[in-house]
Ligand binder design. Structure first.
Ligand SMILES: [Zn+2]
Ligand SMILES: [Zn+2]
Length: 293
C-alpha cells in the first residue's frame, strides 16, 4: 500500500493551514496491520513543516513519529524536493540540525542521514543559494550538503527523468513544471511527480507548484486514478499557480478525480461551495489518502 498525507494544504502565505508538504508512506501490508510503514518519504518540508509534523504525530495512526513528545526525524527516511521556494524547503535546516545535534546516537555520536532526492538543476543550487548560510557553519569546520543527506540526483534522460522506487513496487517519476518563468518556460527548475504502482500500473499525479498547463499534463491526469493539483484562489494577471477558473476548464472526468491543494485561507467562503461537487474537493490536511491499495 502507498499512502499520502498532507502535513498542510495551504499556500505559501496561508495561516489557517500549514504549507503544502506531504508525507508518503509505503507499507508491505497497510496501516491497519502495521505500527509503522516500511518506508517513508516527504515531498518537501517548508517553513511550517516541522510544526505540522509535531501536530501530525499526535494524531492516531501517526504515533510512530512521536518520540517522547518530539518528532522522531529518523523516521523520515527520504525527502523529495520539488523546488526551492521557502514553503517547500524552509524546514530542512531544523530537520538536519535535529538529526545531527539532538537525535544523533548517544553512544557513537552518529547522526541519521536521510536521502535527499531531486533533479540536478535543483540540488546544485539548493545548498549554495538556500541552505548553506545556516547549515554550513559547524564547530571547527564548514559542513556540506552531503554531511546531512545521502544525495540522489535523478538523472535526466531523453525521455524524462529516470524514475526511482520505494519497496521495489512504487515508482516515482518527476517531470518539469511551469511554475516561475524568468524569461521563458522551465528556466527556473521546479518539478511535479507521477507515482506508479508497478504491480497494477495505476498512477497518481501530483502537480507540485505549477501554472495552469493542462495541455502538458493531459495524458498523465487523464490516465491517473487520482490527481492532486495546486490551486490559487486569487486571480491575477501573471499567476505562478493554476487558478480555479483555469482548472474549471479541464474535462469533467478529470475534475472529478482531482483534489486541489496549496490554497489560500478563504477556501471555506460560500463562493467555493461548488468545488466539492465539481472536483474531488479541496484536499484535507492530516488525512491518509490511499493511493494504491
Ligand atoms: Zn508552494
Ligand atoms: Zn513555489
Amino acid at each position: 500500500m502507498l499512502t499520502l498525507t498532507f502535513l498542510g494544504v495551504g499556500s505559501a502565505f496561508a495561516k489557517r493551514n500549514h504549507q503544502s508538504n506531504v508525507l508518503i508512506e509505503a507499507w508491505n501490508h497497510g496501516p491497519d496491520k502495521q505500527d509503522e510503514p516500511n518506508d517513508t518519504m516527504l515531498i518537501d518540508l517548508g517553513g511550517t513543516g516541522n510544526l505540522a509534523l509535531h501536530e501530525l504525530m499526535q494524531k492516531p495512526g501517526y504515533d510512530y513519529l512521536n518520540m517522547d513528545g518530539s518528532v522522531d526525524y529518523r523516521k523520515l527516511r527520504r525527502i523529495l524536493i520539488t523546488h526551492q521556494h521557502g514553503d517547500h524547503i524552509g524546514g530542512l535546516e531544523e530537520l538536519s540540525l535535529t538529526n545531527v545535534f539532538v537525535q544523533s546516537d548517544p553512544k557513537t555520536g552518529k547522526a541519521f542521514k536521510p536521502q535527499i532526492i531531486s533533479s540536478m538543476n535543483i540540488l546544485v543550487n539548493l545548498w549554495d543559494t538556500s541552505l548553506k548560510g545556516g547549515m554550513s557553519p559547524m564547530p571547527g569546520r564548514y559542513a556540506l550538503l552531503q554531511d546531512f543527506f545521502f544525495i540522489l540526483a535523478v538523472r535526466a534522460t531523453d525521455t524524462g527523468y529516470e524514475p526511482f522506487q520505494l519497496l521495489k513496487r512504487y515508482q516515482f517519476e518527476i517531470f518539469p513544471t511551469d511554475h516561475i518563468q524568468i524569461e521563458r518556460k522551465y528556466d527556473w527548475p521546479s518539478n511535479g511527480v507521477l507515482m506508479r504502482d508497478l504491480k497494477t500500473d495505476e498512477t497518481v499525479f501530483f502537480s507540485g507548484d505549477t501554472r495552469f498547463d493542462f495541455e502538458t499534463y493531459r495524458g498523465m491526469m487523464t490516465s491517473a486514478k487520482m490527481n492532486f493539483h495546486d490551486v490559487q484562489l486569487v486571480e491575477n494577471e501573471n499567476p505562478v499557480h493554476a487558478s480555479l477558473s483555469e482548472l474549471r476548464t479541464m474535462p469533467d472526468d478529470v475534475k472529478k478525480k482531482t483534489f486541489l491543494y496549496h490554497y489560500g485561507d478563504t477556501w471555506d467562503a460560500p463562493e467555493y461551495d461548488f468545488v466539492p461537487e465539481e472536483f474531488a474537493g479541496f484536499a484535507e490536511p492530516q488525512r491518509r489518502y490511499v493511493l494504491f491499495a
